[in-house]
Design a binder for this molecule. Structure first.
Ligand code: ATP
Length: 240
């Protein structure tokens, strides 16, 4: 098991958003967390990356283990630099006043130098539009291009696990499918993918397994095919 979340409680101040969730991700898998607005999907990713406020023990307990070792005391920057996990946050959070190239370059701060140019070429191969717009200010990119940049930036950290928060948000249907095809390709090249999505239909098409979150609790889990075939999930999340 690569990543194990065990009985995790997390939240913000006095607000408990996750009420003891447990799930795991194996190396090389695509795992999706699906659920409605406010179910706790983003909070789960932020908790893994140690980005939820840790100060109140009443709202943070349980364990998160990476390759069997607890990472509760690991700081976010070390999760990126040493554990090689990176988050593509909802809303992208790219630096608008920097160019595409500068944003990609900035993401390599955790690295020692080798392989950076090769990875830059790889990002440009995956997203040729970014190559065309290499010297363009990032805040002038379209929403889809910004999403490509956000994914590209995570790849530039040389991550082996990518956490994607609502990557389909704001994308046209065509671009959405392209983006998910890219995740599948990256996964076939060895990247482990954890993807949080409101578009459950799309997520279950590419994922190996999934978990359904409902108001801070996991209410269903299984292979993507099993979940897509469960009548309650079809009715609640797949619009069937
Ligand atoms: P969405 O699909 O709408 O992004 P989500 O499943 O990702 O939803 P979260 O963003 O994890 O849900 O939110 C879970 C709960 O935590 C919600 O009730 C939300 O209001 C609350 N919450 C999230 N961020 C904060 C914050 N910074 N401060 C206080 N409460 C928060």
């Amino acid at each position: 098991m690569l990543l194990e979340v065990e009985n995790l409680y997390a939240g913000y101040g006095k607000i408990e958003a996750l009420h003891g969730i447990s799930f795991h991700v194996n190396e090389g898998e695509i795992v999706t967390l699906i659920g409605a607005n406010g179910a706790g999907k983003s909070t789960t990713l932020k908790a893994i990356m140690r980005l939820t406020p840790p100060e109140s023990p009443t709202v943070f307990s349980g364990d998160i283990r990476f390759k069997g070792k607890s990472i509760l005391k690991t700081e976010a920057h070390n999760i990126v630099a040493h554990l090689k996990m990176d988050l593509v946050p909802e809303g992208r959070h790219i630096f608008g006043n920097l160019t595409v190239h500068e944003n990609l370059k900035l993401a390599t701060w955790t690295r020692k130098g080798s392989g950076i140019e090769k990875d830059m070429d790889r990002v440009f191969d995956l997203f040729p539009r970014l190559k065309e717009r290499m010297h363009q200010r990032s805040d002038t990119l379209s929403g889809g291009e910004q999403q490509m940049l956000a994914v590209g930036r995570a790849l530039m950290t040389d991550c082996s696990v990518i956490l994607l928060d609502e990557p389909s948000m704001g994308l046209s249907p065509l671009l959405m499918y392209d983006m998910f095809r890219t995740f599948k390709k990256l996964n076939s090249e060895g990247l482990t993918v954890i993807v949080v999505e409101q578009n459950a239909r799309l997520a279950l098409q590419v994922a190996d397994r999934g978990y359904v979150l409902d108001t801070g609790a996991i209410v269903a889990q299984g292979t993507a095919a099993e979940l897509a075939d469960t009548p309650e999930i079809k009715a609640a999340y797949l619009g069937a």
